[in-house]
Design a protein around this ligand. Structure first.
Ligand SMILES: NC(=O)C1=CN([C@@H]2O[C@H](COP(=O)(O)OP(=O)(O)OC[C@H]3O[C@@H](n4cnc5c(N)ncnc54)[C@H](O)[C@@H]3O)[C@@H](O)[C@H]2O)C=CC1
Length: 410
């Protein structure tokens, strides 16, 4: 791939992003009217979908030389089987993408640039198609809700029983959709290690004004049916013999809970430090379980962090920073991070400053910032099948926290 020319031409397009993205969708729907039905129906959601496309492109361009790009695209293609995306869709999107780039790249749209983009898109489409072809199991899993535990107004833990075996590893996440909110998929971490009965737990935090999370937390009941996409993500525990720190905020606790469950079954050789951060004590909803682990697992040390009384929920992150600074030995640690995107970014940055090696600070990738979406853009539906990163963020914490600002989007 000619990364240099892709980047330089994309830099020009970026300055006219809005026009490029509008042109892309007009072109796509004009030439493929049947594809319109696969994208969000409302004008507002379509607006966000436009932002997502640009975020996706930015992400891929930003990771061109990254060795994780191809495995990631393969996994994405496998997951996109749930949209029944076929070769004709990939071809249509490619043609409209090139048309939109040609329209907006101005003088940068040279024959060399056109060739580089055509090749790059082909590689993306081929990699995703190959990932889909290699994917085992069904394109999605129908699952019945067998239990719904509510913790206050905002948090629900749903236990699902997939109709077919649903392969997953502790620490992974999956996209979820409900008939209550058609054509909307959101990703949620699986809060348990694989169980003999095959059930999985989703930990869902309700976001005001969100699409899927209010329906899941407030309306979904035992007996309801949901759909699951294939399990994805790289937050699995590395038994490397090095001490490990697990740092979880809010429902970011879910994948860490799954890791701990596995570790409790097969105790690790290394010490494990667990930091659990929550906006208040009531949101430490699994504290009895964590206390039980702390009492029975000699390799585990637990620290709970909540804000000082009367302080904003994000002050817990400042308190965590102090606790992490006091702990030391960061250069030796494998670190696992999970929680709201700004929390993960902030904590990863802080840990780097404390000497934790970046290549051993694990968290699921956060999508690139899209215009108007902040750092937490999120797929809205079929449109994500293009090249959108599988965002492990299930709602936009920046929409509800003073640090981020902006309206809540999900
Ligand atoms: N693999 C992962 O990374 C996972 C991520 N999540 C994400 O975790 C979040 C959980 O949401 P809630 O439980 O409602 O969490 P929350 O909004 O209650 O936040 C929990 C804590 O995170 C920190 N925090 C939140 N926003 C922050 C900000 N802007 N800057 C600095 N610190 C911040 C604060 O210390 C806060 O007390 C969701 O956004 C979800 O998408 C959830 C599961 C897994």
């Amino acid at each position: 791939m000619d990364a240099r020319i892709l980047k330089s031409s994309f830099a020009v397009v970026e300055r006219r992003a809005e026009h490029a993205v509008k042109f892309f969708y007009s072109h796509l729907f004009w030439h493929n009217p049947d594809m319109r039905a696969l994208f969000p129906a409302s004008a507002e959601d379509m607006e966000r979908q436009r932002d997502r496309l640009f975020a996706a492109l930015t992400h891929v361009i930003g990771h061109l030389e990254d060795e994780t790009l191809l495995p990631y695209l393969r996994e994405l293609g496998r997951d996109h089987r749930k949209f029944l995306a076929g070769p004709a869709h990939y071809t249509a999107v490619g043609a409209s993408l090139l048309a939109a780039l040609a329209e907006t790249a101005g003088d940068a749209w040279t024959p060399r640039a056109e060739k580089a983009w055509a090749e790059a898109y082909q590689l993306i489409a081929d990699t995703m198609t190959a990932g889909a072809a290699a994917g085992e199991g069904p394109p999605w899993w129908d699952a019945e809700v067998v239990r719904h535990l509510r913790y206050g107004q905002d948090v629900g833990v749903l236990t699902l029983r997939p109709a077919l075996p649903f392969p997953h590893l502790p620490g992974q996440y999956a996209s979820v959709s409900s008939d209550r909110v058609p054509r909307t998929w959101r990703t949620y971490s699986l809060g348990n290690a694989p169980r003999p009965d095959g059930t999985v737990d989703l930990h869902v935090s309700r976001i005001e004004g969100g699409r899927l999370s209010p329906a899941l937390v407030a309306e979904t009941r035992p007996g309801d049916r949901l759909r699951l996409g294939a399990a994805c993500g790289q937050l699995t525990f590395r038994r490397a013999g090095r001490p490990a720190s697990l740092i979880a905020a809010g429902t970011g606790w879910a994948p860490v809970r799954a890791l701990l469950e596995e570790l409790a079954q097969h105790p690790p050789d290394q010490e494990v430090r667990l930091f659990v951060v929550a906006r208040d004590a009531a949101h430490l909803y699994d504290r009895p379980l964590i206390d039980a682990y702390a009492g029975t697992c000699p390799w585990l040390a637990v620290t709970y962090i909540t804000p000082a009384p009367g302080r904003h929920r994000n002050q817990a992150t400042d308190r965590l920073a102090t606790a992490l600074g006091n702990r030391g030995r960061w250069p030796d640690q494998d670190v696992y991070l999970s929680g709201p995107a700004p929390f993960v970014q902030e904590t990863a940055h802080l840990l780097a400053g404390l000497g934790a090696p970046a290549d051993r600070t694990f968290h699921d990738s956060v999508p690139a910032a899209g215009r108007g979406q902040g750092a937490n853009g999120r797929p809205l539906g079929f449109g994500e099948w293009f090249i959108d990163p599988p965002a492990p963020q299930w709602h936009n914490p920046s929409g509800r926290a003073p640090r981020g600002g902006g309206p809540a989007t999900e």
